[in-house]
Design a protein around this ligand. Sequence first.
Ligand SMILES: NC(=O)c1ccc[n+]([C@@H]2O[C@H](COP(=O)([O-])OP(=O)(O)OC[C@H]3O[C@@H](n4cnc5c(N)ncnc54)[C@H](OP(=O)(O)O)[C@@H]3O)[C@@H](O)[C@H]2O)c1
Length: 244
Amino acid sequence: MLQLNGQKVLITGASGGLGGSLAARFLDAGATVLLHTRDPHRGEALAEQFGCQFVAQDLTAPGAGEQLVREAHRMIGGLTGVINNAGVQLVKAHQELAEEEWSAVQHLNSTVPFTVTRAAAELLGEGSWITHIASIEGERPATGHAHYAVSKAAVIMHARAAALELGSRGIRVNAVSPGLIERPNLAGDWPEGVNSWLSHAPLGRLVGGDDVANACLFLASPYATAITGHNLVVDCGMQTTPGW
Ligand SMILES: NC(=O)c1ccc[n+]([C@@H]2O[C@H](COP(=O)([O-])OP(=O)(O)OC[C@H]3O[C@@H](n4cnc5c(N)ncnc54)[C@H](OP(=O)(O)O)[C@@H]3O)[C@@H](O)[C@H]2O)c1
């Protein structure tokens, strides 16, 4: 296991499926972790489960990204890295999408990672990092996900653009793009989607939350200090499949 002793890490959206895997992996690696949740009750429960501190905040509120970063920095006495993991994955046909629905998804999935990054860059020092959780849909859209796919394409490009401007401050910025992540009852809730995934993915399996957390751990580690502006795809090979 890679060791991150001494690192201080903020993870947004820690109450979600992937957030739990990220928290467990970074804590196992020896990092001090500050969990962000939207709901304070979920935050309390997770903080007890993982033995760490939390901040509860609705990230769609004005100035929320900046407030979260400042609070995290104060609570754990500094910051080495941030994982922008909070996101929404609503499904709606392109022709039925209202502008407000479009904008809400862009806001949480790409504007918030920008505001968090802008605030964090004022506090992070040499050897620090920011990782956005994007999606393979940022490069290849799925039906009913135009708003989501565009938000993830934006955050992949944001990682590159921020890497360009923040490198001189010693801050690396990368994206990790998961494919379909396994979660309890996924096959029961969406059998046709899971079956289609399993029949197309070259590795013949779903992505585990731990697979994504391991990629984030690598990007945070001393083995990745020359990697910035990259989009690390974790999809069991799905992006290799031809569409014809
Ligand atoms: N699951 C997949 O197959 C998959 C694939 C590719 C990429 N991803 C990306 O991976 C990330 C995590 O996904 P997940 O599967 O863990 O999703 P999830 O279980 O729905 O978790 C999403 C997290 O974001 C938080 N969140 C949502 N709206 C928020 C708001 N307004 N303010 C603050 N926090 C908010 C949620 O809080 P609540 O618990 O309060 O709702 C939750 O903690 C997302 O960026 C997603 O797009 C997921």
